[in-house]
Design a protein around this ligand. Structure first.
Ligand code: PLP
Length: 230
């Protein structure tokens, strides 16, 4: 992944591409989280395949792109959907034109949200101790904040944030009750990993909403810490 889907950390794709190239290894990067959030130009990177999905930057669901290097080396892939041979035999079926147009339009309008994210972190860390940012704050998507709160009983945190749309880890693995493998890999205990929240800010969020969330989290954590055996 160019950017991790839980903690928003940006991977050194340029360096990884050079390394892979030196050893004759093809490199695919899933850039879904990064596109529209940070500058990304596949032509500047030694990557051979790039995938992305439109709905992560306000485009429609159900449309994305797979970019393949055309020379040195030319990448050949097998189709997953066979039939009439559309898109040079790679994906048969009538093109979803409204989705494709929406994808293009969303790509033109992609913007950045790091000021609100920084306001959120400033507010939270000012009012509470025992908070920890998961992953680098410098090499990170501008709209992501993933925070662990010590001294809490795991998911009670999410339950208390009833009118705030947050997530405990990756939406893709929300059916899985195990602690996040990403946070475990960072060395977090299961308990701290369960007491983590991922905030994702968007272009329609306002400073007032951020301040509301800061206050709500602060009160909740104080209350839960009073009750918690840990
Ligand atoms: C959301 C996401 C996907 C899945 O894309 P869909 O279009 O929702 O299937 C894949 N990779 C990453 C990194 C994502 O964040």
């Amino acid at each position: 992944m160019t950017a991790n889907n839980e903690i928003g950390v940006l991977q050194p794709v340029a360096e990884l591409g050079q390394l892979a190239r030196r050893h004759g290894v093809l490199l695919h990067t899933d850039a879904t989280q990064a596109i529209g959030k940070v500058p990304f130009n596949a032509a500047d990177l030694d990557v051979d395949l790039v995938s992305l999905s439109a709905h992560k930057f306000y485009g429609p669901k159900g449309v994305g792109a797979l970019c393949l290097r055309r020379r040195r080396p030319k990448i050949a892939i097998d189709p997953v959907i066979n039939g009439g041979g559309h898109e040079r035999g790679l994906r048969s079926g009538t093109l979803n034109v409204p989705a494709i147009v929406g994808f293009g339009r969303a790509a033109e309008e992609a913007d950045r949200t790091h000021a609100l994210r920084d306001r959120l972190w400033a507010g939270l860390s000012d009012g509470l101790d025992g908070l920890r940012i998961n992953g680098s704050m410098e090499r990170r998507l501008p709209h992501n904040l993933n925070v662990s709160v010590s001294g809490l009983d795991g998911e009670t945190l999410l339950v208390g944030l009833d009118d705030v749309a947050v997530s405990s880890g990756s939406a893709c693995t929300s059916e899985n009750p195990e602690p996040s493998h990403v946070l475990s890999a960072l060395g977090l205990s299961d308990q701290l990993s369960r007491a983590s929240i991922r905030f994702g800010l968007g272009r329609w969020n306002t400073p007032d909403e951020v301040d509301y969330v800061v206050e709500k989290v602060r009160r909740l954590v104080v209350r839960l810490r009073d009750m918690s055996p840990v």
